[in-house]
Ligand binder design. Structure first.
Ligand code: IMP
Ligand code: MG
Length: 180
């Protein structure tokens, strides 16, 4: 499997440290007022959610949404659809969307627009990774960002290529040869 990677971008320790910092920042910003629901975007953000949630020092609930904008390849189709919706009503709740990576921004723009119609108290975004060079929409404001990365396809720590590599504890750049 190691031969599939061009380089390791973030080692396990580096990710763990940054996720703890994000959790502390979120704990400070939200304080203990109101209900906070962490909305995990399936499936890539599952690993990040699990670590982030344990670094947040206040009461939170979890909910999950599965949206699709990608086929099996590495390019966004631009067409977003809900595969699985939330279980709970978010009206009046503080919503923090937990995402693995923001690339073109189309997925998150769609999710934010859908959630806003349900009258939450607030909607914010935390993403582990951001690829700003790839953005096609200016309408996505990232409130918390783990790392900015260049325009390369990465896997690990929840991120996949064709459903593989999600269980790696580090984040690596996939060699183009491994795409086939
Ligand atoms: P966007 O709509 O283009 O911002 O796409 C965001 C989604 O594409 C993320 O939630 C990921 O599932 C997927 N994605 C984008 N870039 C990568 C990458 O480098 N590796 C793995 N998945 C990616
Ligand atoms: Mg995703």
């Amino acid at each position: 499997m190691d031969q599939d990677f061009k380089e390791i971008l973030f080692a396990e320790e580096e990710i763990q440290k940054r996720v703890r910092e994000l959790g502390q920042q979120i704990s400070r910003d939200y304080g203990s007022e109101g209900d906070l629901v962490l909305i995990c975007i399936l499936r890539g953000a599952v690993v990040f959610l699990a670590d982030l949630a344990r670094s947040i020092d206040r009461q939170v609930t979890f909910d999950f949404m599965d949206v699709s904008s990608y086929g099996a390849g590495t390019e966004s189709s631009g067409v977003v659809r809900i595969i699985k919706d939330l279980e709970e009503n978010i009206e009046g709740q503080h919503v923090l969307i937990v995402e693995d990576i923001i690339d073109t921004g189309q997925t998150l723009k769609y999710v934010v627009d859908v959630l806003q119609t349900r009258k939450p108290a607030s909607v914010k975004i935390v993403t582990l990774l951001d690829k700003p060079e790839r953005r096609v929409t200016k309408q996505v404001k990232i409130d918390y960002n783990g790392f900015e990365i260049p325009d390369e396809f990465v896997v690990g720590y929840g991120l996949d290529y064709a459903q593989k590599y999600r269980n790696l504890p580090f984040i690596a750049v996939l060699k183009p040869e491994a795409y086939s």
